[in-house]
Design a protein around this ligand. Structure first.
Ligand SMILES: CC(C)=CCC/C(C)=C/CC/C(C)=C/CC/C(C)=C/COP(=O)(O)OP(=O)(O)O
Length: 581
């Protein structure tokens, strides 16, 4: 039938492209759309001469009654559409697989690269050069290996180029970022191709092919073609992403955020020799990502949707807050904990108060263990204000007081509010500092936004306390106000001994009620956050509030800790992104 080829698209490629678009659309940034368009244009332009040659020399044929008839340089329009849709599908799969990854952490200087990466990159270059030459040789032979030769001679020079640009990154990345986005669309297209060959929608002439099949009617060359063309797409995107990662990782080299610079200037970042990469910063970014991933599932997932540089700064900020909290929590004695607080203050003094000559690095090395160095060194102090940081340390003092005196520090609701404002409102303010710094928009209503952020911080902290009653009791802390316990006929000792039961549930609900009240008060203001941070901030807040919703529904608890099932977390992120990006 004259629309057989068109039907392949209607049945197989368009529905998949539609489904992927539906799933990924909420997360697509302006930069994503631009690079997909860029890549589709390059792919189509580069493939036309090659494909046209294949058709005109009779390597590929189409039965006349299987195509619509319209063509460009002898290429049927359905075929042209194939280049577009395949590049589009593979790009979307790649973007989907790579959202969770903070690429900057995989950058390396030559010296910092493991031996196997260095050798693997050199081997790859050699392989692609050899395959190009072999392809050329096969074409000249002009026998059954012509089609294979044409594929190799056409694609391998480009693969060699993109591999040379980012082979080190490709090797360092997890397979889910590289092999998966190449292989998933490849295998799908193999099946589509096999079906089309079986139905005779297109044919590869016997004289120019090897005659071996990968499976069914799928000729080996066709299988190689889809594999290689998807490698072209993914390597191309990776070369692009490497440039973005370099740009985002080193604000000293590139003061403007990547989202605001034209694509061509962005690619200039790729020209920076790797010897100029600040490896200490990269290692620090790696450590902070690991800390975030290990310590907070909600914020780790939410961090994926922030634009590059804000994402790095927020991850570094989280890492600092978490490090400070851990130093204090893990101290053997209250005195040691207080000592950490004063050292942390000393660090802030050396950054914010001391004359420029003060050596912050020296202070850090002299006072903190090596595992703390990067989090302290990389705290983005040029972006965030000092008051909330001092205030946060004051909040940690309350945690120490649990160990210091017999009288628990949180007697009344106002003590709880003060504590939450110190440990969480401060984080809300600091997050806004980061977003304001990275936006190009002029922000009105800053005061209103800061006060809403403080309110939201309290809401989240209340959820955190409601969730962690059991966990906190294990380390001797009861954040529920003593006055509330009394109303329920309980004492701190009783909660420490048995942190579960109907009275605890009543107080937990009471706290959650207050959390949701504050959430409702502050949530509308989030619509005024500058656009680069609005959607992601809402995603972060909503994913955390989801814990509160699960708790309020009396949901799942593992060792007393409410957990939000993975599908529900992803659902919240997706729905929130759909509405707010
Ligand atoms: C309302 C406006 C304008 C902005 C919102 C500003 C934000 C993001 C406020 C929230 C601030 C925030 C993230 C506070 C942290 C509170 C908290 C409960 C942290 C708990 O952190 P972890 O204990 O590390 O995480 P887990 O609970 O996942 O283990």
């Amino acid at each position: 039938m004259f629309f057989d080829y068109a039907l392949v698209h209607v049945k197989f490629t368009i529905p998949l492209a539609g489904l992927l678009t539906f799933l990924i659309k909420p997360f697509l940034t302006y930069l994503d759309v631009t690079r997909i368009l860029f890549l589709v244009t390059v792919a189509v332009t580069a493939t036309i001469p090659w494909d046209s040659y294949l058709i005109r020399t009779g390597v590929w044929t189409y039965p006349e009654d299987g195509v619509l008839g319209a063509s460009l340089f002898s290429i049927p329009v359905e075929e042209l559409f194939f280049f577009v849709i395949q590049t589009y599908i593979t790009s979307l799969v790649y973007i989907f697989c790579n959202k969770p990854i903070l690429l900057a952490q995989y950058l390396t200087t030559r010296e910092a690269r493991p031996e196997w990466v260095r050798q693997g990159k050199a081997f790859g270059q050699f392989l692609f050069v050899a395959l190009t030459a072999f392809g050329g040789y096969l074409v000249i032979q002009n026998d059954q290996r012509t089609y294979l030769g044409l594929i190799l001679a056409w694609a391998c020079p480009v693969l060699c180029m993109t591999w040379s640009l980012s082979g080190d990154l490709i090797l360092a990345l997890p397979w889910t970022s590289t092999v998966l986005p190449i292989m998933a669309p490849t295998i799908y297209l193999w099946f589509v191709d096999e079906l089309s060959l079986r139905q005779g929608i297109w044919t590869i002439e016997d004289d120019t092919k090897l005659g071996s099949q990968l499976f069914g009617k799928l000729d080996l060359e066709e299988a190689i073609f889809f594999l290689i063309s998807n490698m072209l797409v993914v390597f191309g995107l990776l070369a692009f992403d490497k440039a973005t990662a370099v740009h985002d990782a080193f604000p000293e080299l590139f003061p403007q955020p990547s989202s605001s610079v034209p694509i061509m200037s962005l690619l200039r970042a790729r020209a920076v020799p790797s010897s100029q990469y600040d490896m200490q910063r990269i290692v620090g970014i790696q450590e902070s990502v690991a800390r975030l991933q290990k310590k907070s599932r909600s914020f780790h997932i939410a961090s994926s949707v922030f634009p590059g540089r804000a994402r790095i700064d927020l991850t570094l900020l989280y890492s600092y807050c978490r490090l400070a909290d851990d130093l204090i929590d893990d101290a053997e004695t209250p005195e040691e904990a207080l000592n950490w607080i004063s050292k942390l203050k000393g660090h802030l003094d050396s950054v914010y108060c001391a004359p420029k000559a003060a050596n912050v690095g020296h202070f850090i090395r002299a006072n903190f263990p090596p595992s703390a160095h990067s989090a302290l060194n990389l705290l983005p102090t040029h972006v965030i204000s000092s008051e909330p940081l001092y205030e946060l340390l004051e909040g940690f003092r309350t945690d120490v007081e649990f160990k210091m005196s017999d009288r628990p520090p949180i007697q009344e609701e106002e003590h709880l509010e003060l504590y939450a404002s110190r440990v969480a409102s401060t984080i809300g303010e600091l997050c806004l500092d980061v977003i304001f710094h990275h936006t190009l928009q002029k922000v009105e209503n800053k005061r209103a936004l800061y006060s809403a952020a403080k309110e939201m911080g309290i809401a989240l902290q209340y959820v955190n306390i409601a969730r962690d009653v059991v966990v906190d009791a294990k380390i001797g802390r009861v954040y529920l106000p003593t006055s509330w316990l009394e109303e329920e006929g309980m004492t701190t000792e009783m909660v420490l001994k048995k942190p579960t039961g109907p009275q605890i549930d009543v107080m937990r609900r009471r706290l959650l009620g207050k959390a949701f009240q504050r959430y409702r008060n502050s949530r509308p203001a989030m619509d005024l956050i500058p656009k680069e941070g609005r959607g992601p901030m809402i995603v972060a807040v909503e994913s955390y509030m989801e814990i509160g919703r699960v708790l309020a529904e009396g949901g799942l608890r593992v060792e007393g800790k409410a957990t939000v099932p993975a599908w529900r977390r992803i659902g919240v992120v997706w729905k929130t992104a759909l509405r707010n990006f």
